[in-house]
Write a new protein. Structure first.
Length: 341
């Protein structure tokens, strides 16, 4: 039987309606059976949880399940398509066949990441799209709403180790295995791609490295056990040919040093993972998705030649779904050709 008990007061959570910077006190409830913690803040949310707790504690397992199911539906009504409690899978309408392939895409609220979610769902994957501000990830939430339980939204700012770890634990509690982990989240300089190396500030470089390298490293570290328990076992780093040393050997000036450094480091990180003795069952692929019409791709007044739809379609067909263990550690262009490091 499921029981909830109130934990220590005074945790902090982001509010749903105000800016992501606003923090409000909350009560933490601890699910005793599975040891997982969730945070609630609103009065209606607390009331619903109290009802669930009351029924679960005193009125037998059937009433407890009914009350908890009602709470989950209430939560889904408020913020649709969030999988919140570890039992959400069993009480929601999600059906997972043993051969359902699951993909997790980071930075999925817009651009290339959103397109990966759309196309992977179309290919039959169950998709978990993560966003650094999931509540306000409007397009991703709409996609999830229309997807008939093929796409789910989860909170994950990859500069926050605890968010990454919590998500990995929550996925494990629901028996999710990750057939495909798409490491898409990324940032570039504020004046990308025109930033000369002389203008590179230490602070901005640190921020780029924090998201693109440290964040990616943490996501791989915490999600890898779930990948290793899946059928397909693939990790795809959406890096960039701007991170290629060899591509930067011509005689023209090369700008965006910070972004280039971070993408070169991301390439090396995944190359090292591909040779790690503990991960020899996993395929690590490094992908340049093409120069795409996204906020990043068209930053600085550029016009990108490829739509996200086309770049992602080709990337999936010619790299992600085609390549296997023998290609692990290699760096590919979206059209399937190999790129130099
Ligand atoms: N577009 C291109 O031409 C191109 C070419 C080569 C490689 N790439 C790579 O492709 C990937 C996607 O790029 P894009 O063009 O789609 O860029 P984009 O439109 O700028 O999207 C970047 C995504 O990363 C997310 N993100 C940023 N910081 C994050 C953090 N701390 N935690 C979690 N997510 C975070 C953003 O979330 P918010 O919306 O919350 O900021 C957004 O979803 C990037 O890794 C990029 O380097 C793009």
């Amino acid at each position: 039987m499921v029981r909830w008990r109130a934990g220590p007061r005074g945790g902090k959570v982001k509010t749903a309606k105000t800016s992501t910077k606003t923090l409000q006190p909350c009560v933490k409830y601890v699910r005793e059976e599975e040891g997982a913690e969730v945070s609630r803040r609103s009065a209606p949310g607390l009331a619903a949880r109290a009802v669930a707790c009351f029924f679960a504690a005193g009125w037998g397992p059937d009433w407890g399940a009914v009350a908890e199911g009602a709470f989950i539906r209430f939560k889904a009504f408020r913020t649709p398509h969030f999988l919140e409690t570890p039992s959400a899978m069993s009480t929601s309408t999600v059906t997972m066949q043993p051969d359902t392939r699951i993909a997790l895409v980071t930075g999925a609220d817009r651009g290339c990441g959103l397109e990966f979610c759309k196309q992977l769902a179309g290919l039959g994957f169950l998709v978990v799209g993560t966003a650094k501000d999931a509540v306000n990830a409007q397009e991703l939430n709409e996609l999830a709403k229309e997807s008939q339980n093929k796409v789910f939204v989860q909170q994950m700012d990859q500069t926050k180790e605890d968010e990454i770890k919590n998500l990995a634990e929550a996925l494990r509690a629901r028996n999710y295995r990750l057939d495909l982990l798409i490491l898409n989240a990324g940032v570039a300089e504020h004046d990308h791609p025109h930033a000369p190396p002389s203008k590179l500030e230490r602070r901005e470089l640190a921020e780029l490295l924090d998201v693109n390298v440290c964040g990616t490293a943490s996501v791989v570290k915490h999600m890898l056990p779930l990948v290793q328990e899946s059928q397909e076992k693939k990790v795809v780093g959406v890096t960039s040919k701007m991170g290629s040393m060899e591509e930067a050997m011509g005689d023209k000036p090369y700008l965006s040093a910070g972004y280039r450094v971070s993408k070169a480091a991301e390439n090396m990180l995944l190359r090292v993972w591909a040779r790690d003795p503990t991960a020899q069952d996993v395929t690590f692929l490094l992908l340049h998705p093409g120069h795409l019409k996204t906020a990043m791709g068209e930053a600085g007044g550029r016009e990108a030649p490829l739509t996200c739809e086309e770049g992602v379609k080709q990337s999936l067909e010619k790299v992600v779904l085609r390549c296997g263990r023998q290609e692990s550690g290699q760096f590919f262009n979206y059209d399937g050709s190999e790129l130099p490091f």
